[in-house]
Write a protein of this length. Structure first.
Length: 194
């Protein structure tokens, strides 16, 4: 008797049915690949939309922080993101670190958050300081903040610009919005979001 021969036909049929055939495994793999091909682009679009929403939210936060800085310290708009940034441990908020932005947005310009780069554009006229002020003079005529995707089409599609008016402008092509200090200078294809 040959070692590979089995005289029990019932056992050989059971052995053949014990696992998956190569064709069955290939069909399952093809189905998984088709589902992945459909799902991955949707996931990337959802991530880009989330990054864009985060960028707009960050610009609104910066506008609110600038308005609070202007009214609290009366030295003009903040000279940069760092003056709006977090307070050192054990310190109290002051015009050098007002504690109005988190450590990510309150870093030196340009700063990055959620796939976007934020660039602070100062005004052109320094504010007049009150007598006895120990603060650095801010900008009396405004500021601009540009938010651009780190990789257009991957981390985001739209670019954004805001200024001291509080209006946020967007461009759906990913082209940069011109900012002539101290205001955004949108073109016809860059409407305000709010």
């Amino acid at each position: 008797m040959w070692p590979s021969q089995n005289k029990n036909p019932k056992q050989s049929t059971e052995d053949r049915n014990a696992g998956f055939t190569l064709i069955e495994l290939l069909v399952v793999m093809a189905i998984i690949l088709i589902i992945a091909a459909i799902a991955i682009p949707n996931l990337l679009r959802a991530r880009m939309a989330a990054n864009e929403s985060s960028a707009v939210g960050s610009l609104r936060t910066i506008n609110t922080a600038q308005a609070m800085y202007l009214s609290t310290y009366q030295v003009g708009y903040a000279p940069g993101f760092t003056q709006l940034g977090p307070v050192a441990a054990g310190s109290t908020p002051a015009c050098g670190a007002a504690g109005l932005l988190d450590a990510v947005l309150g870093a030196a310009s340009p700063t990055q958050k959620s796939g976007y780069s934020f660039v602070y554009g100062p005004g052109t006229v320094k504010a007049t300081l009150l007598a006895g002020s120990t603060c650095t003079a801010g900008w009396g005529d405004g500021y601009t903040v540009l938010a651009t995707p780190l990789s257009v089409g991957t981390t985001g599609q739209r670019t954004f610009c805001t200024d001291s008016s509080g209006v946020i402008y967007g461009d759906s092509t990913g082209a940069a919005i011109t900012a002539t200090a101290p205001a955004c200078a949108p073109t016809a294809g860059q409407p305000p979001l709010q």
